[in-house]
Design a protein around this ligand. Sequence first.
Ligand SMILES: [Zn+2]
Ligand SMILES: [Zn+2]
Ligand SMILES: [Zn+2]
Length: 172
Amino acid sequence: MDVNQEANGSRSQNSYHDHTVCLSKVLDHARQICTERGVQLTPIRFQVLTLICDSHKAVKAYDLLDKIKPLQPAAKPATIYRALDFLLDQGLIHRIESLNAFFGCDHSGHRHEQLMLICKHCEEVEERPANNVMNMLSQELQLAGFSEYSKTIEIQGICSKCALLNKQPAFS
Ligand SMILES: [Zn+2]
Ligand SMILES: [Zn+2]
Ligand SMILES: [Zn+2]
């Protein structure tokens, strides 16, 4: 979906909240984290982060490459993947394994456990800490004697906003 469709689309987050606020918050947070850690938020890293956080949807790497070309004509897939690795390492974005896509984390700046709710209709992703679920999962893994690399649960379905729209005749 391009920027114009995004602005006009009824499914866009922009239709019910001012996403520029989210975006500037997440970018300020990223700048602050990188300064604190003494790591470089280079122009390409910053651009990749901005493109990912441009909406609450998950973004695939090849879509990022298309979008970055006009900004950085020399950008190659390896450039994008290096930028993604950096952003993942810094905890500024998360990878959604089931979609092979990425979305911005607006609150952490650290690797952390998460329950990801992935809407199949609007493609937006909501991240929740779900402490109770994670604690129970830890107990189960302990019983199994299983050491996890990471604890992320991806749930695919329909978000509350889309479910609400679904009740209206205009829904397609
Ligand atoms: Zn937003
Ligand atoms: Zn997060
Ligand atoms: Zn939705």
